[in-house]
Design a protein around this ligand. Structure first.
Ligand SMILES: *Cc1c(COP(=O)(O)O)cnc(C)c1O
Length: 457
């Protein structure tokens, strides 16, 4: 690690501003700021080139599980490097890819028996969509009229065009509309801003009825429904009412629509169970995994499918039933080795038990924030939390987005040694599972003070 040097930091910042184009970033705003240049990490901390430490409050964009420089993960990657970094799965196979597939099937909701690797959540979603589409052309009783997909308003599934097509966040996706295929959308189960104008106490989960109606009227055209189970992450940490997921799965079964569970954000313990689907006993036909799958170390994703889906792709060479999809780095050995080591840590350290304790603690720490003058709602499921700011609590009026209140709150938290990235005016808390009690308390306190500062006037 280089010795902290202000001159080096300045040089790197200038070079960043001269050459880098950052994701989901207004670069004019970026160029006017003082970006933190990360040099190293340790457990729940990020360390910058000036030697300053920050709590990694959103787990490096929701993917880090067991901390940075976790010895077992470092060692697993190093051990794999001593053998081979990468070989292709097109025509060859490899031990880490095989072993990880076995382990994933072992922990996935029952029925998911086949693992198709890729390298990002968006790719895992593209694969799921193409699989579902092709399935209906090749299954025992083909229904080739099923060419459409259904999804939820405010859904997020990644940034490639298929994933954007099934996404429902207008600020991200609107401009690309002319390039996209049609997605039949059901209203978001977003209780705080109910799109149906209902109240949770008396709604009888009208959003689930609305989804049912969508499938009842257009289900015969639909290949699959894709949704983020339990929590719509990028849409604003929208926590679904209990029972919604089960109702959605039932509606799919009734209308013979495949269910794609996008567990890219919710998977690997985030919601308190290994996979969010488990909370409501849901067994999807296809499941997308990413983010935490490698412990947050390397780009890896997977699309899991049932035997029923898989079998539709079997046939002789002349039948042309092959799934023609692949990526150069599909099943990368280093990434799979990290994934295996991450699952070992889950077992060895009883990580799910630890998450239960941490979740309860986070819930208690967040309680006072719910009473703040400009906090509209605090939402949480396990270790995924969102704090939605409101200009007026009584009317639930939002701040004008251009005021960038969420961003101001996070910048203020950064001054207190906590790094966060908000979703508009929703402050997000998604700590790595290794976070200490002390750091968790510091994290929430920094968020509280950040919100206070950003909403003072
Ligand atoms: C982040 C995310 C994706 C996209 O994953 P990338 O690896 O960023 O492509 C897809 N679905 C959900 C639910 C996500 O949160």
């Amino acid at each position: 690690m280089s010795a902290p040097s202000a001159a080096r930091t300045r040089r790197l910042r200038d070079a960043d501003k001269a050459h880098l184009w950052h994701p989901f970033t207004q670069m004019a705003e970026w160029a006017a700021g003082e970006p933190v240049v990360i040099e190293a990490g340790e457990r729940e901390f990020l360390i910058d080139t000036d030697g300053r430490r920050y709590i990694d409050g959103v787990a490096s964009l929701w993917c880090n599980l067991h901390g940075h420089r976790r010895p077992e993960l470092d060692e697993a990657v190093r051990r794999q490097l001593g053998r081979i970094a990468h070989s292709t799965l097109l025509g060859l196979t490899s031990a880490p890819a095989i072993e990880l597939a076995e382990r994933l099937v072992g922990i996935a909701p029952r029925g998911l028996t086949r693992v198709f690797y890729s390298d990002s959540g968006a790719a895992a979603v593209e694969i799921a969509l193409k699989m579902a589409f092709q399935y209906w052309r090749q299954c025992a009783r083909p229904e080739p009229q099923r060419t459409k997909f259904a999804g939820l308003a405010l859904g997020y599934h990644g940034d490639t065009l298929g994933a954007v097509s099934v996404g429902g966040i207008d600020v991200f996706h609107g401009i690309f509309r002319p390039l996209l295929f049609e997605c039949i959308r059901a209203p978001a189960p977003y209780c705080y801003r109910c799109p149906l104008g209902k109240r949770r106490e008396s709604c009888g989960m009208a959003c689930a009825d609305a989804l049912e109606q969508v499938l009842a009227s257009r289900g015969r055209e639909v290949a699959a429904l894709i949704l983020e189970p339990l929590v719509q992450g990028a849409g604003g940490m929208i926590v679904h009412p209990e029972g919604y997921l089960g109702r959605a799965a039932e509606a799919c079964r009734r209308h013979n629509v495949l269910l794609i569970a996008d567990e890219v954000a919710t998977g690997f313990g985030r919601t308190g169970r290994m996979f969010a689907c488990e909370h409501e006993g849901v067994r999807p036909d296809i499941m997308c995994l990413g983010k935490g799958i490698s412990g947050g170390y390397l780009p890896l994703a997977a699309t899991l499918a049932t035997e029923r889906i898989y079998e539709a792709f079997l046939g002789g060479p002349a039948e042309n039933r092959t799934f023609f999809h692949g990526h150069t780095y599909t099943g990368n050995a280093l990434a799979c080795a990290a994934g295996l080591a991450s699952l070992d840590i889950f077992e060895k350290d009883r990580v799910l038990d630890r998450i239960a304790g941490l979740s309860a603690r986070l819930g208690a720490l967040l309680e006072p924030l719910a009473a703040m003058l400009h906090v509209g709602e605090v939402r949480r499921r396990g270790l995924m939390a969102g704090i939605e700011l409101a200009a007026d609590r009584a009317t639930r009026a939002a701040y004008p987005p251009a005021e960038r209140r969420g961003r101001q709150a996070c910048l203020a938290a950064r001054e207190r040694g906590v790094w966060l990235r908000p979703l508009g005016d929703v402050a997000v808390i998604m700590p790595p599972y290794c976070i200490s009690d002390e750091s968790l308390a510091r994290l929430v306190e920094a968020v509280r003070m950040g919100i206070e500062e950003a909403t003072a006037t």
